[in-house]
Design a binder for this molecule. Structure first.
Ligand code: NAD
Length: 421
């Protein structure tokens, strides 16, 4: 480990490779670079100390550079022990960013790094999964009064924040970045869809065509995974608990059934619900020999791995991010990426172009929160629709796509009721 004042990373000598990866990511993040250009001129984040707990990937590196261009000082750690790209962390440390992160962090290091971020006394927080907010509320509550606002990147984090708000436990305003349409309709659907399959392929190197692939949860993430698995020739099964989502899966052409039945048929099972023990201890013995399990939901509790370790007679790591468990019957079950977000544990997370949109949301939410701090409620704040529309426009511009605009006649027609048959 290389550590010094304000950083702890795996190996600083990886910085050159990290810069190359960052530059490659930025070459596909034109929308975010537009925001950065403006931030460089206007410095809207001057005076902000932003505590960041995100997946330290090359795309997050591009966001870090953008927030710094806006005038903010940053302290960065990971929001998952397996999601750091060590070369990127080295490049950021080399650029003078305060960063503590490496791939494969121990639980102690994970919380030590969160503590380092808290000790930088942030007045804005940027979270993916709410661990930083929880840490501040539980162990650094003296910071709360000086925090202008925070932002949350993922569905599970928003669910936790709303639960805190309901219990009157949330003590500063939060910006619901995940709920922007330009975020969850693209990042969760397209990003998770592609990168989850990428992670499973890198871990296992299997052929998807002809496999029975069960996807648990048919939200934006699950529906994205289902459509990509189908596109690769898999027979997709969906499990759901919510009637409308289950019906959507049926009418999208997938077989929907309870997990108790799906485990008997599936060659690959992917959880992406945000819930707990979706695959439970009883399911393992009913699985096909050779079944491959992966999770793309935020926390590593969707597959009951403790239950699997209990029933298994043997566990071997047979490839990077690919463990084989032997059951008493002699059957094998494989787990990708230790049951943690497979797209980050076994691959590189979402494609950069998708993250450009999500991170425009983060940068613009921070700017909005600073400008409107007196209007924000202590609770979960929706981000104004104009920001969503602006992000879509930035991305269309970056893609070189032009669209139509309404004529005056059309606009008047659409806002009137007199004209009929
Ligand atoms: N891998 C990634 O990079 C990535 C990216 C974005 C979001 N996420 C995470 O993925 C998860 C899903 O995100 P989303 O936006 O699709 O959320 P969502 O809440 O919109 O969808 C989750 C779906 O799972 C269903 N579900 C809940 N419990 C279930 C169970 N026991 N069995 C079957 N279905 C169940 C819910 O009814 C819901 O339809 C969250 O944890 C989110 O934070 C991961």
């Amino acid at each position: 480990m290389d550590s010094g004042d304000g950083y702890e990373v795996k190996d600083l000598s990886l910085a050159d490779q990290g810069r190359k990866n960052l530059d490659w990511a930025e070459s596909q993040m034109g929308a975010l670079l537009k925001v950065r250009e403006r931030f460089e001129q206007e410095k809207p984040l001057e005076g902000m100390r932003i505590g960041v707990a995100l997946h330290p990937t090359k795309e997050t590196g591009a966001l870090v550079r953008t927030l710094r261009a806006g005038g903010a000082e940053l302290a960065v750690c990971a929001c998952n022990p397996l999601s750091t790209q060590d070369d990127v962390a080295a490049a950021l440390a080399d650029e003078g960013v305060n960063i503590w992160a490496y791939k494969g962090e121990t639980r102690d290091d994970y919380y030590r790094y969160l503590t380092n971020v808290c000790e930088s006394e942030p007045n804005y927080t940027l979270d993916d999964g709410c661990d930083l907010v929880s840490e501040i509320h539980n162990n650094h509550s003296h910071l709360v009064d000086s925090i202008v606002a925070g932002a949350e990147e993922t569905t599970t984090g928003i669910i936790r924040l709303r639960a805190m708000e309901e219990d009157n436990a949330l003590k500063y305003p939060m910006m619901a970045v995940n709920d922007l349409k330009t975020k969850h309709l693209f990042d969760n659907y397209l990003g998770t869809g592609q990168s989850t399959i990428d992670g499973i392929l890198r871990a296992s190197s299997i052929l998807f065509a002809g496999k029975n692939v069960a996807v648990a949860g048919y939200g934006p993430c699950g529906s994205g995974i289902a459509v990509r698995a189908e596109g690769m020739g898999a027979n997709v099964i969906v499990t759901e608990v919510e009637p409308i989502r289950a019906l959507q899966a049926v009418t999208d052409g997938y077989r929907v059934m309870p997990m108790n039945d799906a485990v008997r048929e599936a060659d690959v099972i992917i959880t992406v619900t945000g819930g707990k023990h979706v695959i439970n201890k009883e399911h393992f013995s009913a699985m096909k020999d050779g079944a491959i399990l992966a999770n793309s939901g935020h926390f590593d509790i969707e597959i009951d791995l403790a239950g699997l370790e209990d029933v298994a007679t043997k566990k071997e790591t047979i490839r990077t991010a690919f463990d084989r468990y032997t059951l008493p019957s002699g059957k094998h079950v494989y787990v990708c990426g230790e049951g943690r977000l497979v797209n980050l544990a076994a691959a590189e997370g979402h494609p950069s172009i998708v993250m450009a949109q999500s991170f425009c949301g983060q940068a613009l939410a921070a700017e909005y929160a600073v400008k409107h701090k007196d209007e924000l409620k202590v609770g979960v704040n929706e981000i104004p629709e104009e920001i969503d529309t602006h992000i879509a426009e930035l991305q269309l511009e970056a893609l070189g796509v032009q669209k139509d605009t309404l004529t005056t006649e059309q606009r008047e027609y659409l806002s009137s009721w007199q004209e009929g048959t």
